[in-house]
Design a binder for this molecule. Structure first.
Ligand code: ZN
Length: 60
């Protein structure tokens, strides 16, 4: 099996991914959706804007 993100050989520790980085990329894709990779869907844009605003409101 190869990494679904970059198609390199999977690491047994992170399969089906090749590294933690690729596992994180995949996770972010599922969790972030339109936030990480903006789409042209207006609903996604609105969702992304809201996510950014909420991020700013968090105390640092
Ligand atoms: Zn990979």
């Amino acid at each position: 099996m190869s990494c679904p993100i970059c198609a390199r050989v999977s690491d047994p520790d992170y399969r089906p991914f090749c590294s933690k980085r690729c596992a994180d990329v995949d996770l972010a894709k599922w969790l972030g959706g339109g936030y990480a990779i903006p789409s042209n869907d207006p609903d996604d844009m609105e969702e992304a804007a809201r996510a950014v605003v909420e991020e700013d409101r968090k105390p640092h």
